[in-house]
Design a protein around this ligand. Structure first.
Ligand SMILES: [Fe+2]
Ligand SMILES: [Fe+2]
Length: 194
């Protein structure tokens, strides 16, 4: 990693420590470590991946009023779901904040935007951020994690399909609303396999 990146990471860590709970802060560091591991395997830019992973939840603990204010200022359309649960916008809002605060590029912004729900158009960079959020080493549940952490090194798309299947099952059991983009991602990846 470049010296400038390492310095920037230290600076961002100090800022995140102030705005995130200890648990979320530790999660962010662990996502960064997992994303670096995968960036090496899949030959993605390690510096950019590290910065995207470290900041992916930068907006996760903003108060709802603040999230809604930033959404309004940036003309982000709200639907009935996000009006009630503004936190679901934390990927999109995070992508705006990292641009404002650190001047991060579009690739990093897209990865942060897509990390919550996935996206059918994810490239490898974005897939790495998406799976690292789930596979980072501080998580102990679900038990499938042990299998996925190995699978992801060989078959990224199959890992994402299994993660989405797991999440869909969980949401159905909770009788929660489901963002159809998860189904679109899953369908596209399944069709690509054929
Ligand atoms: Fe998140
Ligand atoms: Fe996260």
């Amino acid at each position: 990693m470049k010296k400038e990146t390492l310095e920037l990471i230290e600076k961002i860590k100090k800022e995140l420590k102030k705005i995130l709970s200890e648990e979320r802060y530790n999660h962010s560091i662990a996502v960064m470590e997992k994303a670096i591991e995968l960036a090496k395997i899949y030959e993605e830019d390690i510096d950019s991946i590290a910065l995207a992973a470290l900041t992916h939840d930068i907006a996760k603990e903003l108060p709802d009023e603040e999230t809604l204010k930033i959404a309004k200022e940036n003309n982000i359309k709200l639907d009935d779901v996000t009006k009630n649960i503004p936190n679901l916008l934390h990927g999109k809002i995070g992508s705006i904040l990292v641009k404002e605060k650190y001047g991060f590029n579009e690739q990093i912004q897209r990865a942060i935007t897509f990390h919550t729900f996935s996206n059918p158009d994810m490239n490898m960079f974005e897939k790495i951020i998406y799976v690292s959020d789930m596979l980072e080493e501080t998580r102990s549940k679900p038990e499938e994690l042990i299998k996925w952490r190995e699978l992801v090194k060989k078959d990224m798309d199959e890992t994402i399909i299994q993660i989405i299947n797991f999440n869909l099952n969980r949401l159905v059991k909770l009788n929660s609303l489901i963002n159809p983009i998860m189904l679109e991602t899953r369908n596209k990846l399944l069709l690509n396999k054929k």
